[in-house]
Write a protein of this length. Structure first.
Length: 329
């Protein structure tokens, strides 16, 4: 039987009938915070961790120590489909019979598909200036990540404005695109709590990227989503990584300024001549990044450049099969 201290670290009651379950990750962030909430017909589980032995064991142990049988979990709510948030979803559904719920934009990203679904990434990276020597390594990073989850079909879809019954009130579903196209956060007005997923994390600026399979203006969407949360009355932010904290308005102001400054630096990187997104990423983060972080850097550079383009401050030019960005007057 585990020691009480170990159990307390694994599952912490953050509000009556709400537990934060800390699941280990083999990534720098270290931990995924899942949340277990009492509901009128049993329990709701918010996110579930990677498909790894360590996450599986930690989640099972937490439920055992809380005396919550698998069959008591009636809903598994996925904030978004990055693998650390939904990797164990298929297994949790099999063990519990819980229905899996997520936003339709996220469901479209994890529907089962053929083996060639990586193919568009290669052309996309090449167009955005990734050198051939780096391209294969960057594509292979996703092959490794794909081991941490199973493609799934959700049982139901959640939309902005939906409500989920929990003990003591309801969770209001708020769609906050940016970090992911259909990322959901959940506001508990009766207790002034915000389950913020990766949208607001105390000591991390979430990666906001424009990827091969996403479109639009993710940075603009992200900043608008932050503005939506600003007026809410929130006593505690319960994020997916790190610790519970407060001060969402100050965090929003600081993060908005962070992105403003990054936009200015990226626009300044175009002073001498048009550049590809890969070149802009190198100017911002240097050439020491791992292949996986290079993926994120190119995507984040594109998100900022597209945000500037929609403001009329940069424009694109296609030459020699490459998409380059230039300053406008």
């Amino acid at each position: 039987m585990p020691e009480p201290a170990a159990t307390a670290h694994l599952a912490l009651e953050v509000s009556p009938g709400i537990w934060q379950i800390r699941l280990p990750l083999p990534f720098p962030v270290g931990v995924l915070n899942a949340y277990l909430l009492r509901s009128p017909d049993g329990f709701l589980l918010l996110d579930c961790g990677l498909k790894t032995r360590a996450c599986r064991a930690a989640l099972a142990l937490a439920l055992e120590m809380l005396a919550v049988p698998w069959k008591a979990i009636r809903r598994l709510v996925i904030s978004h489909v990055h693998p650390d948030h939904f990797g164990l979803a298929a297994e949790v559904r099999e063990l519990s019979g819980a229905e899996i719920l997520m936003h339709p934009a996220e469901a479209a990203l994890v529907a089962p598909r053929g083996d060639d679904w990586l193919a568009p990434d290669g052309a996309w990276f090449k167009e955005n200036g990734v050198p051939p020597d780096d391209l294969e390594e960057m594509l292979q990073t996703w092959v490794g990540v794909a081991e941490f989850f199973d493609p799934i079909e959700p049982d139901g879809l959640l939309h902005d404005g939906d409500r989920l019954p929990v003990e003591g009130g309801e969770l209001e579903v708020i769609c906050t695109p940016g970090h992911a196209p259909g990322l959901l956060v959940f506001y508990f007005p009766a207790r002034r709590l915000l389950f913020s997923s990766d949208h607001i994390v105390e000591k991390i600026t979430p990666n906001i990227g424009l990827h091969a399979r996403t479109a639009g203006n993710p940075l603009g969407q992200y900043l608008a989503s932050l503005d939506r949360l600003r007026p809410l009355e929130i006593d505690a932010i319960l994020p997916s990584h790190g610790h519970v904290f407060r001060g969402h308005r100050e965090w929003i102001a600081a993060t908005t300024e962070h992105h403003r400054q990054r936009c200015e630096r990226m626009r300044a990187a175009l002073d001498a001549a048009p550049r590809t997104a890969h070149q802009v990423a190198l100017a911002e983060w240097g050439d020491h990044l791992s292949p996986l972080n290079q993926r994120f850097a190119v995507a984040e550079a594109l998100a900022h450049l597209e945000y500037l383009r929609q403001q009329g401050r940069v424009a694109t030019v296609r030459t020699d099969g490459l998409l380059r960005w230039r300053k406008t007057s």
